[in-house]
Design a binder for this molecule. Structure first.
Ligand SMILES: *Cc1c(COP(=O)(O)O)cnc(C)c1O
Length: 332
């Protein structure tokens, strides 16, 4: 398994020994970690919640492998909407969104099956899939359509071994946000081809003013969806390693097989950190709205700055981001 495991980002970042030019301040653009420059701190309420959890002495032990019931309830309540209701039993807490994606892939696909993955896209999907013996097929995103999915190309890749479709919205590394109608077209492909969706929605709600984020599960009653998320990006604490899977399966297509499978996989190692679970309810309920708002204004101002600067670079065509923390260029 180790020989099948290669994470291109960590391989670069963990072994990077760059001698900076002493005459120039270095701006490292190599990794999506909002804490590196200390200019995007989390909110005081968030840190206070963890301090209180620590001082209480109640969160030093083992929690259930899928997380405390009260935490699952609070996550369910936070992400529930009338079109896609969630209960505590639909939530599995994990060690970051990465473990959520790993469990979701492992439960949806058998070795030898394949998954459909965006290009350009987040490299972890391929890393995890290959180490699990799952094949990866890349579908194209279209720069001229603000990185929407090339739906024809997507559908042409489906075969009898296709086990799931990964949709990452808002996107790393494109900074794109899919419209409702585009998401509906993606769902139509999944429905027609009978493939479940693994939705990587770690940047959910991180969209700039004038754009709207739609959780994909809210737009379908039939396609079964595992939505993966976490605290890392919206609350700016990737090191705290808290993520979740939201199981959306209103037609009971996954049935018990997927839910029991996720439970068993969660029991391999205890993923979700108990201490952060102790803070989760406070974080979800009491992070002030201005914090989210200020983070997004800051990200938007920086996105605009990068966009304008990159427009002046011959050979590059930046696509203006609509959310998340990234900007992707096309070639001219
Ligand atoms: C950062 C990121 C993740 C991983 O999140 P963690 O909670 O740090 O594991 C997953 N998907 C995308 C698209 C990301 O950018």
């Amino acid at each position: 398994m180790s020989k099948k495991t290669f994470n291109p980002i960590r391989a670069i970042v963990d072994s990077m020994r760059v001698e900076p030019n002493p005459k120039k301040p270095m701006i490292s653009l190599s990794i999506g970690d909002p804490t590196v420059f200390r200019n995007l701190p989390t909110d005081d309420e968030v840190t206070r919640a963890v301090k209180e959890a620590l001082d209480s002495g109640r969160y030093n032990g083992y929690a259930p492998s899928v997380g405390y019931q009260s935490c699952r309830e609070v996550v369910a309540a936070s992400y529930s909407c009338p079109e896609a209701p969630l209960k505590a039993q639909d939530v599995i807490l994990t060690s970051g969104c990465s473990q959520a994606i790993e469990l979701a892939l492992a439960v949806l696909a058998n070795p030898g099956q394949n998954i459909l993955v965006p290009r350009p896209g987040f490299s972890l999907y391929k890393t995890l899939a290959l180490s699990l013996g799952i094949e990866v097929k890349f579908y194209n995103l279209l720069p001229e359509k603000s990185w929407e999915i090339d739906l024809k190309h997507l559908e042409s890749l489906v075969d009898e071994k296709t086990a799931c479709l990964i949709v990452n919205n808002p996107s790393n590394p494109c900074g794109s946000v899919f419209s409702k109608s585009h998401l509906q077209k993606i769902l139509a492909v999944a429905s027609r081809q009978c493939i479940p969706i693994l939705a990587d929605e770690i940047y959910g709600d991180m969209v700039f003013a004038d754009w709207k984020y739609e959780p994909i599960a809210a737009l379908s009653t039939s396609v079964p969806i595992l939505s993966c998320g976490g605290l890392a990006k919206r609350w700016l604490v990737p090191g705290w390693r808290m993520g979740w899977i939201l199981v959306h399966d209103r037609r009971d297509i996954f049935g018990n097989e997927i839910r029991d499978g996720l439970l068993r996989l969660s029991q391999r190692i205890l993923g979700p950190c108990t201490l952060v679970q102790g803070a989760l309810e406070h974080i979800m309920r009491h992070t002030p709205a201005e914090f989210y708002h200020n983070t997004l204004s800051f990200l938007k101002a920086n996105a605009d700055l990068c966009y304008t600067a990159l427009c002046a670079v011959p050979g590059l065509r930046p696509i203006r981001p609509a959310g998340a923390m990234y900007l992707m260029c096309d070639r001219v």
